[in-house]
Design a protein around this ligand. Sequence first.
Ligand code: NAD
Ligand code: UDP
Ligand code: UDP
Length: 319
Amino acid sequence: MAGIRSYNRRVLVTGGAGFLGSHLCERLLARGDEVVCVDNYFTGSRTNIAHLLNKPNFEAIRHDVTFPLYVEVDEIYNLACPASPVHYQHDPVQTTKTSVHGAINMLGLAKRLNARILQASTSEVYGDPAVHPQPEEYWGNVNPIGPRSCYDEGKRCAETLFFDYHRQHRLAIKVMRIFNTYGPRMHPNDGRVVSNFIMQALRGEPITVYGDGAQTRSFCYVDDLIDGMLRLMDSDAAITGPINIGNPGEFTMLELAEQVIALTGSRSAIEHRPLPQDDPRQRRPDIAKAKALLGWEPAVPLRDGLARTIDDFRRRFFT
Ligand code: NAD
Ligand code: UDP
Ligand code: UDP
């Protein structure tokens, strides 16, 4: 593909011991890059990267990105930030600090090194969207003072900082808006819908559907997501994003519950629980830009991705 540069770079991955970060580290190592993984292990774990620790081109550093970091790298993927509502609402002030101070420090690092930097932003910048599906031009519908705001507004401010460093300091930036992603190595207690439903189904406990279960989400399998992330980082310098990466297949939470029950062969019943405050009613990415600019689209259907994820949860927690 035009614009793709040569490999064997030294790459910094913040949040590298998390769900997405650990998959990214694996993929970078597999193609010959040297990886520096930085993580404070708040929601990630060393188990996620245990299989990488003995590789000569992998290095893990315990560090909180809200503090300055001095390392020498060619490229930065900034993923550090708790991602599930349960985790990011546990210490909301730290969540905003991680997004905002973390972005400032990583942008300062990128500026000093003249390194390319990619921000793991989120579909949450669209809030409870009034436009459906969501194109990148949509400015969003976000509550600035609610329980989800520490995450949503923190990520919005990080996007602002990325574009200001780009305009003010000519920094090469890539802003990726990630939609709900799932797959092996998800945290079993992060409260996210896919991990909750799988754990509940495998334990034979009730499947907790919040509200009437008619709210929708679009779920992207992790391998597809990382593929999009690598393509964006390697794309022509003129492509800054923001760019949506997600799977446009849209499902209600009731449909998801039914699929998980069918694939696990569970006897769990569905139980309704109150809908959390500010829970978006619907979400689906418009991925026309990713298709046109990166030649990317997801390949793994929900059913297949769920089956692989269920296998991983069985292996990790039920053998
Ligand atoms: P995760 O919680 O598994 O990973 C985040 C990692 O960041 C963890 O390893 C955590 O310990 C680390 N971290 C948190 N605060 C830190 C700090 N101050 N300093 C250093 N490390 C810190 O979550 P994930 O699903 O892998 O998400 C990765 C990134 O992708 C996040 O930025 C998230 O906002 C974004 N994202 C994820 C999704 C998704 O569906 N998984 C959707 C949209 C955006
Ligand atoms: N920074 C860092 N590593 C570096 C360079 C900078 O962590 O290699 C941090 C630094 O602590 C600063 C932030 O990045 O607070 C922003 O740096 P920048 O140069 O943009 O701003 P300034 O230092 O002028 O405040
Ligand atoms: N949800 C649910 N049961 C659960 C966990 C979540 O019905 O046990 C719902 C939640 O209310 C939301 C959707 O599933 O409508 C996705 O929730 P998640 O926390 O995974 O992601 P986000 O809301 O950040 O997209």
